[in-house]
Write a protein that binds this ligand. Sequence first.
Ligand SMILES: Nc1ncnc2c1ncn2[C@@H]1O[C@H](COP(=O)(O)OP(=O)(O)OP(=O)(O)O)[C@@H](O)[C@H]1O
Ligand SMILES: [Mg+2]
Length: 510
Amino acid sequence: MTDALLELRGIDKRFPGVRALKDAQFDVRPGEVHALIGENGAGKSTLIKIVSGVYQPDSGEIMLDGAQVEFGNPRESHSAGIATIYQELGLYPELSVAENIFMGHAPTRKRLGFNTIDWEAMEAEAEALLAELNIHNLDVGAMVGTLNVGNRQRVEIAKALSLDARILIMDEPTAALTESDVEQLFSIVRLLRERGVSIIYISHRLNEVFELADRVTVLRDGEYIGTKNVAETDEAELISMMVGRTIKNLFPKQAAHIGEVVLEARKLNRPPLTRDISFSVRAGEIVGLAGLVGSGRSETAQVIFGVLPAESGEIRLNGQAVRITRPSEAVDYGIGYVPEDRGHQGLIREMTIRENTSMAVLESVSSRSFISRAKERALANGAIRQLSIRATGPDQIANKLSGGNQQKVVVSKWLASSPKLLIMDEPTRGIDVGAKAEIHRLMSRLAAQDGLAILMISSELPEILAMSDRILVMREGRLVGEFTREEATQENIAHAMMSEEARQAAGAAL
Ligand SMILES: Nc1ncnc2c1ncn2[C@@H]1O[C@H](COP(=O)(O)OP(=O)(O)OP(=O)(O)O)[C@@H](O)[C@H]1O
Ligand SMILES: [Mg+2]
């Protein structure tokens, strides 16, 4: 009846207090890239965890090659040829690349009558697998723990291939990648598709969907909304399918009165990643900090917030020199910080949304050191409404939320704390398109109305260009460029971000 390799029908999945999937459906054809998109909490990760055997559906059926199957655990899904690329979880850091690829199915040879691992064959096969993927400068003997995120992901893909996976699932694979790693991932995905591997690709970045996918399926509130051929749809249609309405203004930046200098950094040093950093941010101003991953942007933020205190240099707030040696001091001076790694630094995952949102603002919700539950709850409810956090309520434990909804909790916590200076590191990464516009609107309003000074780190140039009054560019630990809103273009910022060698290479390619 259909030409599907894998087909899910009528899938229901409940968690306490939530119906994560309601009569959801999805199908994958051989050799296609099928994108799965939807707002935070729409049920994307839950659906692919059902395919990979992590969760079992409450009802509905899974068909593989036209026959009904059940995956009681990840092993069963694996043996059916389905592999999932997790961000980092799947690998053993203290083992080599080759050992990770062949974990559990290493080539063996007979020695003194016993089967022993054939190390030479294993390394040779690992090299062959990587070469098949056009991956050449990765040492199969290297310990995985020493690799960067991009290389670790390549090891995961090689591992999936060594298991003869026919279906490869990727859940937000580009979230933590550098620009060049993204390019390389895309070429690997295309190569796999040519070989007939089917890929299920989850992303919040619609440009990736258009660049890579053949078809796209949209989920909303756990329900199946529809499937489109990518060639026959556009961004506006997908957004309205995801959010159930059209969003007119994706980057709602309002003009603000730029006031006095709030933060002044003078020759801040913390080698190797921050050298001689001098800049200022004024009241009402949004300053964008651009640069490649690893250029020192996050470290600069951490120097100012006292996570990695400066070894030399000066921080001045509202004209006064201050010494910040730890984050609590930064908070006392009115600095807020939305970290990049929200899972570890931003959120206490065992606590409720209510407790998390009120953490940065304990002063205003406590009277004489008694914390008012009612005020906390009002604050949390406000955040849930404003950023449409999909939760059972303010008392839900943070780690039961979907990835993007956890991030919204962190962002709302700092927006609610009314700081004078707010540092935001990748504030909308992993956040869906509707909530993203909402966070931008809030940033813009707080700057324009309350004179908040904002330093925003982002790897998305459209976000930098649309939201910043001024743009700073970092490269290899130093500030190397500054542009006004009027001067800045995608090209001149990207050019400033690149190293000398990369520029020469790009020049030579022209
Ligand atoms: N283990 C769990 N326990 C309770 N609720 C859960 C659990 N896992 C997911 N949920 C809930 O199920 C719903 C769907 O979550 P899911 O992680 O599938 O969303 P998602 O589409 O992947 O979102 P995101 O884009 O934010 O990653 C959410 O409301 C989430 O809170
Ligand atoms: Mg998810």
